[in-house]
Design a protein. Structure first.
Length: 308
């Protein structure tokens, strides 16, 4: 898009020549862009551009006429002299846009004749303004994927969906994301969040040693993480520790719930003890462990012994 070998720049250049035709424009593209791997010349007025989604064939017929976008001043004056208010608004808008200088990196402000701005020149100016706005903001893009071509509910065409994901670049983004380490966490935060999962205490209690011990205990593959001086870096999808943490938290909640219910039952005298076989002959003032809580402790301890 930039001079001297840009497609749009060559289009603007050929549009300024009185004897320029669509065929001469096509020949000029083939002459100057034959080295570009994304461009392929074809017979006559045709050429091919290799886009990300695939190869597209273009025909230069009518390119120069459409790019010149000739609008005589008489037409604008005719609209402005109309008795209706709406055409006058159109005429005023066109005069304002044509008088406004187009500022961009490829040309200076006011350097071009406002009455001879081509479609390509306007497009480059709008594209430059759009890129400036995107650089100054944090845009979020929403990809809409069609499940089928018939627009009917409950129908899923796998080939169509896969082609859209590939053409939109979603699969490439996922591949790039998985090849890196997008998830990161400081050693202090990691040790505080998952330290209770360790079966044995670590000799050195610094966060780095605790983090490494957790990773080794659960056999996290070395290629799935990187250990830094202050942070841990994980590949996408490494949420096994997070799921294990939630499992242990839910187990402890159930244990404490049984303990609380057992304490309430003992205080009311309605729960039998474990040590006397459930005969109800507990001594006054003694606390008995509920049977369900004892079973949970046995299972939990047995599981820990097996892992050790």
């Amino acid at each position: 898009m930039q001079k001297p070998l840009g497609l749009l720049s060559l289009l603007d250049e050929e549009s300024t020549f009185p004897n320029g035709t669509d065929l001469t424009f096509a020949n000029k593209l083939k002459q100057h862009l034959h080295w570009n791997s994304c461009f392929r010349g074809d017979r006559g007025k045709a050429f091919k551009v290799c886009h990300y989604a695939g190869e597209v064939i273009y025909d230069t017929t009518g390119f120069l006429e459409k790019n010149r976008d000739l609008l005589h001043l008489d037409s604008i004056q005719l609209l402005s002299s109309c008795s209706c208010h709406l055409p006058q608004i159109f005429a005023s808008t066109m005069l304002t846009q044509s008088a406004k200088p187009v500022v961009g990196p490829l040309y200076k402000a006011g350097g071009a004749d406002s009455q001879k701005l081509s479609v390509a020149t306007k497009f480059k100016g709008q594209l430059f303004q759009l890129m400036q706005r995107l650089e100054n903001t944090s845009p979020h893009f929403i990809r809409c994927i069609k499940a089928n071509n018939s627009q009917s509910p409950g129908s899923y065409e796998q080939g169509l969906v896969l082609q859209q994901l590939r053409c939109c670049g979603v699969l490439e983004v996922v591949r790039i994301s998985r090849s890196g380490f997008p998830t990161r966490m400081s050693h202090q935060k990691f040790a505080k969040r998952y330290g209770f999962l360790l079966l044995e205490s670590v000799a050195s209690q610094d966060p780095l040693s605790v983090s490494v011990a957790i990773l080794h205990q659960f056999n996290i593959l070395p290629e799935m993480y990187q250990v830094g001086y202050t942070k841990l870096f994980f590949r996408t999808g490494q949420d096994g520790l997070h799921s294990l943490k939630h499992m242990y938290v839910h187990m402890f909640i159930h244990i404490f719930a049984y303990m609380l219910l057992g304490g309430v039952a003992v205080s009311t005298g309605g729960m039998t003890g474990v040590g006397n076989g459930g005969t109800g002959d507990e001594s006054p003032g003694t606390a008995s462990i509920p049977v369900s809580y004892g079973r949970i402790l046995g299972i939990s301890a047995g599981g820990c012994r097996q892992r050790e």
